[in-house]
Design a protein around this ligand. Structure first.
Ligand code: DC
Length: 268
């Protein structure tokens, strides 16, 4: 019962935030749908920023990396060879990966089982870049990402969101951060989870993933010309969140003004 009432309060808070964001009269284009795309390298604070921005705006948080992680988990469980696209493609044919939201936020389902925690293991992290570099895998995931976000107010994060998944996103953010600072943050995060790893090892892992994510042929990580660049090396998470939320609110305001102008022109 208590859980139910807490859930109700959270849902109402989310609705209120969304109403604040869109205003009483939403723009014609954005009838309460809005895609905020956040791309950037591993460890740049992208995921935390996306999650907190979604909470603050009353949007849903779509972490696309989780979907690639889920397929990697299945490959590990079934002993599928990851370096070869063929067996992986066959595996993809008999695998379902989907996301849904509940009171805890976004949940990731592999063959209808919630694997949101398991996909964060170091074994999955070590192999996911190779799995996500395969074009057949990307094609499937992108279809699901577009389907699940359709018509919703979503903060979507990944590597190819502004370039491939939502090239018409309402606001695109590209997050950058010095590699040494990213390694420092990731090491702290791992220590918080009870995993002690040397700074050099963490840095090598991040740099290795950057190389694969930015150097692959399909949908490499890159900044789009219309993305707002935010360097978070010297910013706190709260500062990053405030900057992104302010940009989103301003963008929405601008759309509303355009919409009002169109309505006035139509009446003349
Ligand atoms: O954000 P993350 O660390 O959970 O992402 C896991 C991997 O998936 C990472 O190597 C990059 C890849 N990825 C991708 O290629 N495209 C996305 N849209 C999201 C993640």
């Amino acid at each position: 019962m208590r859980g139910d009432s807490q859930r109700q309060v959270r849902i109402r808070a989310g609705q209120l935030e969304r109403a604040r964001f869109f205003g009483i009269v939403p723009s014609m284009k954005h009838h309460r749908g809005f895609i905020l795309a956040i791309d950037g390298p591993a460890g740049s604070g992208k995921s935390t920023t996306a999650r907190l921005c979604a909470e603050r705006l009353g949007f849903r948080h779509l972490d696309t990396g989780a979907m690639y992680r889920a397929l990697t988990l299945k490959a590990l469980r079934t002993g599928t060879i990851i370096g070869n696209p063929r067996p992986l493609f066959a595996l993809l044919q008999r695998t379902s990966v989907r996301v849904a939201w509940d009171k805890r936020g976004m949940r990731t389902f592999l063959d209808e089982k919630d694997v949101s925690e398991e996909i964060r293991s170091p074994e999955v992290s070590a192999l996911v870049s190779e799995v996500s570099a395969i074009s057949a895998v990307r094609l499937r995931m992108v279809v699901e990402q577009r389907r699940v976000a359709s018509g919703k107010a979503v903060v979507c994060e990944g590597r190819d969101i502004g370039s491939v998944v939502f090239p018409d996103a309402d606001l695109k953010i590209f997050i950058e951060c010095d590699a040494a600072e990213r390694a420092r943050r990731r090491q702290l995060e791992l220590a918080g989870q009870g995993v002690c790893t040397g700074r050099e090892t963490v840095l090598a892992n991040l740099v290795g993933r950057d190389r694969i994510d930015s150097g692959r042929e399909v949908s490499p990580l890159r900044r789009m010309p219309d993305a707002v660049l935010i360097d978070t090396t010297h910013l706190t998470i709260q500062e990053q969140v405030s900057i992104v939320c302010d940009l989103a609110r301003r963008r929405c305001m601008w759309f509303k003004m355009q919409s009002a102008r169109c309505r006035m022109t139509d009446r003349r």
